[in-house]
Each structure stands twice: as C-alpha cells, then as structure tokens.
Design a binder for this molecule. Structure first.
Ligand code: SF4
Length: 354
C-alpha cells in the first residue's frame, strides 16, 4: 500500500494552518478560513469548503488530509444517556471516548494515549500497558466526531480523563487545548475544559505558565505517600508532596480551583485517617473533591493487588462524604455513568485496544 504522505491539517492551531498555506503559495488568511471550516462547520472534506476556489480545493486534496479516525462503533448505555465511541486510527489502533450528558451539559471525555504507561491498579486502561501517544489531530478529532453526532453546540465541556496521561503527551495536549480555546472556535471556553493528571509535577508547573488557564484535576486516591505508591506507581517518581506544591502554584497562577479525584477503595482509602488527611489537604488550597465509586475491572482478569480491590459500599461512601462536608470541604459523589458499557471512570478500552 502506498504510504500516506499528505499533511494532516486537523490538530494544527491557526498559526500552523497559516504557515501551511504560505508554504503552498497561498495567502496567510486562508489558514483561518480552513480552521473555520474544520472546527465550526465540522468539514472533513475539502470539497465542502465553498469559500475556497475549486483550484485551491483540488490543491489541498492532493497535498493535505482531513481523515483521522474511522468511527467503528457507538455504544449507548441502557440505564443512562452516556455514549461510548470506539474509534480506529489510520494505523489500526483503537481508542475510546465518552459523552456523558448531565442536565444542560454534555461532557466529552477524551483520550490522549493508546493505553497508558502508568499502571494505576484500579484502572482498566492501565492494565493494557502503553502503545503510543495520540497526535493532536487524534485528540481534536474525538471532539469533532462527537460534535458531528450531537451537533457542535451540544458538546459543552471537555475533560482530558480518557485513556492515557495527558501530561505525558504534553505537546499534543497543549496544541489541542489551544485549538479548543481559540476564540475562532465557537462554543468552547477554557473554563469548560479540565485536564486530569496522575501528577506529572514539572508539567503541571509548565501548564500553569502556559497562559491557557484550563482547569486542573489530580487523580489523588490517597493522601498517604505509601498507600498512593501502592495503587499508583507513578507516585514513587513524583511523590504527592511535590505534586501538591505544583498544584498550589497552578491554582495561584491560573486563579482556578483544583479538583481532586478520589476513587473509593474498600479498606484502602476509606478509613477515618483518610477523612482527616483529606480535610487537611483540601483546606490547604482552593479545591473540591470528586468521590468516584470504584468500577469493577474484573472483566480484565487482573492479577496482583488489582484483583483484590473492592468498592466501598454506597452507605459508607455517603457517611465518608458527610464527614468531609461537616468540615466545609466541597464534595461531590460522582454517578457511575455508563458502567454497563464499560464507559465509566477507569474502565475505558477494556476489550478493544490493540
Ligand atoms: S487512571 Fe489514568 S493515569 Fe492511571 S493508568 Fe488509568 S488512564 Fe493511566
């Protein structure tokens, strides 16, 4: 098969599109026109770009591409409105993204890697290992695919919480955020975009200094270094203490509130000392806590500590949250949206990734 040599235009910020247009002998402003077609009209064929001349459309078709994913399957949850998208890349890798409707908003959870190298013990994606980083085109096309199905204005929020660690694919994550938040891209704003990290400390600092000012979430899951290192091996390289310092810097530099994600694991992080440690931590910076009921990963037949993990019972989660609220901590208990189609937190890509 002939090797694809065309330049991929999705995933290029406006400035890069302008440079590309100059490089093929076209005026700079054509870059903004192409950006508008891709992100506001969801065009994935140059033939649709009616304000470009026929000659230019042909020139673009011969040198550039807008083809990123093949949408293989859309799974609809039976008990919620959650939908999961199975997308196949041009090199036949499969990834997943999820749309979670909630009242007036639809949140798109996007992936940044095929698999994940971080091996968090409660996460189906982590059990798969790491295959490769997604390109910026592959990150933004998850949004474009969902926008085509729901209509562009309907996708109101984006969370980088799907497969992979976004801050280990830093350049492409940054590029995609700059596209999502570009004022030419109508309907999305920085306040509706959240990057979730397991704690890549130096990248948190860099993102704080980037000027993008999106929201930041930390996959916390324990306030104790030893426990956290057991369930999240990345904590050995980037201990929580340093990560919290970086998050304090982030909150101050961006004037945003940090979200802590906390998956409740029976006997591991639902003890009275965990409540006390969470109160101490959450009181030390502008923050809120999202409690996530643990979604089973038994369908992955995991070994080691992963096979022993069990969810904290619902009534115990409620009591745990209540104690935190009594100390003025903002706490939300997240629904297990889409667990019937393995689309809930930590369940992505169980059977599909190759
Ligand atoms: S929880 Fe996130 S960082 Fe951890 S293994 Fe899963 S995808 Fe990777």
């Amino acid at each position: 098969m002939e090797k694809e040599t065309k330049i991929q235009l999705k995933g290029m910020p406006v400035g890069e599109l302008e440079q590309f247009c100059i490089s093929i002998g076209e005026p700079k402003y054509r870059g903004a026109q192409i950006f508008n077609w891709i992100y506001n009209h969801l065009a994935d064929d140059f033939g649709e770009m009616q304000n470009l001349s026929k000659q230019l459309r042909e020139k673009l078709s011969s040198s550039a591409s807008l083809s990123v994913f093949n949408l293989k399957e859309v799974q609809q949850s039976h008990n919620t409105s959650t939908k999961k998208f199975l997308l196949s890349t041009n090199d036949n890798r499969n990834i997943e993204s999820v749309v979670i409707p909630d009242k007036e908003r639809n949140t798109l959870c996007i992936s940044t890697q095929v698999g994940c190298p971080l091996d968090c013990k409660f996460c189906a994606t982590g059990l798969l290992g790491y295959k490769r980083n997604l390109t910026s085109a592959e990150i933004v096309d998850q949004y474009l695919q969902a926008a085509k199905i729901y209509g562009k204005p309907a996708i109101t929020n984006i969370v980088f919480m799907g497969m992979g660690e976004p801050l280990l694919n830093y350049e492409n994550t940054l590029k995609s955020i700059s596209i999502f938040t570009d004022e030419m891209n109508k309907g999305l704003s920085r306040t509706r975009i959240t990057v979730s990290t397991a704690g890549i400390t130096h990248r948190i600092n860099e993102l704080a200094d980037s000027g993008l000012r999106v929201k930041m979430a930390l996959s916390l899951h324990s306030c104790f270094e030893e426990v956290r290192s057991t369930i999240m091996p990345i904590n050995v390289k980037y201990p929580l203490k340093g990560t919290i310092e970086a998050l304090k810097y982030y909150a101050k530099a961006t004037k945003t509130r940090i979200t802590f994600e906390y998956t409740m694991l029976k006997g591991i992080n639902d003890r009275p000392e965990d409540v006390k440690a969470l109160i101490r931590l959450c009181s030390s910076l502008p923050s809120k806590l999202n409690i996530i009921p643990f979604n089973s990963i038994k369908h992955m037949s995991p070994g080691g500590i992963s096979s022993q993990l069990e969810p904290t019972p619902k009534d115990k989660i409620e009591a745990f949250a209540q104690k935190l609220r009594e100390s003025n901590i903002t706490v939300m208990i997240r629904d297990t949206q889409g667990d019937d189609i393995a689309a809930a937190c930590g369940q992505l890509a169980g059977k599909h990734v190759n």
